[in-house]
Design a binder for this molecule. Structure first.
Ligand SMILES: *[C@@H]1O[C@H](CO)[C@@H](O)[C@H](O)[C@H]1NC(C)=O
Ligand SMILES: *[C@@H]1O[C@H](CO)[C@@H](O)[C@H](O)[C@H]1NC(C)=O
Length: 399
């Protein structure tokens, strides 16, 4: 009987624990450790034709752990094509197979993949534009009608043709790199009227270059409220002045955007991000281009996530469930100099639990190189196995 009630108590704490951690994993726009990674253009495949193993996979492949919180799909690259409908381009993942009378690809096979990501609390948005996009409005009225089209084809509206079927995307990202700025503000304003009447949360973001003013996007950015901007730069936080002075939304989040191909060493980017976060309340996280590069480059996305994690998402200091009385390390191996560790691996060293930021060997946890993130002191005390098991599984899911 005693055993039974203890077991029930454990089950109750297990489900609470699971709930708490599930929420902590979800995209949360208020947090400052989000990682947004563009998916769709197979950037790695475009430059590595002989390495098909690392070409872009379906989107759900990038939602297996908690590294990525937001996935803008790139791109809807032509606003007005055959039949007055837009075009989308997802490189190797979906092309052709047009809806009749249009040049709009039917990618409905991706609906369950998108929903898998959303079920894990990630947001999946649609990015409009790209470097070679045809994304110009003639006037505000055309832009407003286009906002209706986007709402009906991809978001909460309805249409007989929906490229992602019944998957309802979580918002729109403007990555307008060509054409004029005409109509962009009207487009967002109209989209916001749809959004404000909806029960679901939607997000509107933009990806300007770090050159102020932001060329084609500037007038829209100054005129209408955005939730976040993914600024394409990494060592100059040019977004904050705009966020705090010009942006109609003074709470707008600014992300540091960088290439995921390793041209910036992950530790350098982490250091910049963490320092920037300590100085600017507008900081929202890191944006990376793109998912295929991040995975091919030794899980750059995970390295960045591990480097910027804060309390509540497995980051340092007091992030562990109090019910466990600290971090349980019973099944975690001790650090050894001759083992090659990969990003996400955990070890015990000097009584602390450490997580590898990226690949390393013979690099002492806590050493000046910063290859390891300190998750805090380890508690090796015996805990009920079932609770530990649940915690351990959740932690494993996270990495
Ligand atoms: C989102 O993050 C904020 C700031 O960390 C926190 O106060 C809030 O509870 C979080 N929301 C959810 C739903 O987890
Ligand atoms: C402003 O940005 C914040 C942070 O992203 C967001 O929560 C809020 O909804 C935005 N406000 C408007 C009016 O868009």
């Amino acid at each position: 009987m005693k055993l039974f009630s203890t077991f029930r108590g454990l089950l109750a704490s297990c489900s609470l624990l699971a709930l708490g951690i599930t929420q902590a994993l979800a995209f949360n726009n208020s947090r400052q450790d989000n990682v947004a990674v563009y998916w769709g253009q197979d950037s790695y495949g475009a430059t590595h034709p002989n390495d098909p193993a690392h070409w872009q996979k379906v989107i759900s492949e990038y939602c297996q752990d908690d590294a990525i919180d937001a996935l803008p799909i790139a791109f809807l690259n032509v606003f007005f094509s055959t039949g007055g409908m837009p075009e989308i381009n997802l490189a190797n993942t979906c092309s052709g197979n047009f809806f009749p009378g249009t040049s709009l690809s039917n990618c409905q096979f991706l609906a369950p993949n998108i929903k898998t990501c959303q079920a894990k609390g990630k947001i999946v948005t649609l990015s409009l534009g790209g470097a070679s996009g045809s994304t110009t409005f003639t006037d505000d009225s055309q832009a407003q009608k286009f906002a209706d089209t986007i709402w009906n084809l991809f978001l909460g509206g309805t249409s007989s043709i929906r490229p992602f079927g019944d998957a309802i995307l979580d918002g729109v990202d403007l990555d307008i790199e060509s054409g004029s700025s005409t109509g962009l503000a009207a487009f967002v304003t109209r989209l916001r009227t749809h959004i404000s009447g909806a029960a679901k949360m939607y997000y509107v973001t933009a990806a300007p270059q770090c050159v102020y003013p932001y060329a084609r996007l500037q007038s829209a950015l100054d005129a209408v409220a955005f939730d976040a901007i993914y600024v394409q730069f990494y060592n100059n936080y040019c977004g904050d002045t705009w966020a705090k002075t010009k942006s109609p939304n003074k709470s707008v989040k600014v992300y540091i955007g960088a290439l995921a191909d390793g041209s910036i060493n992950a530790k350098t980017l982490i250091d910049i991000a963490v320092e920037t976060r300590s100085k600017y309340s507008s900081f929202g996280g890191v944006m990376l281009w793109d998912a295929s590069e991040a995975v091919a480059n030794n899980r750059y996305d995970l390295a960045i996530k591990n480097g910027i994690r804060q309390k509540g998402r497995g980051g340092p200091a007091g992030s562990m469930p109090a019910s466990l009385g600290g971090i349980q390390c019973a099944h975690v191996p001790s650090w050894k100099p001759d083992v090659a560790y990969r990003g996400g691996d955990k070890v015990i060293y000097k009584g602390h639990l450490w997580i590898a930021r990226w690949w390393s060997q013979a690099s002492v946890p806590g050493g000046i190189v910063g290859d390891w993130l300190d998750l805090g002191p380890c508690v090796r005390a015996a805990v009920p196995e079932i609770e530990f098991q649940r915690y351990y599984e959740v932690q494993e899911d996270m990495h």
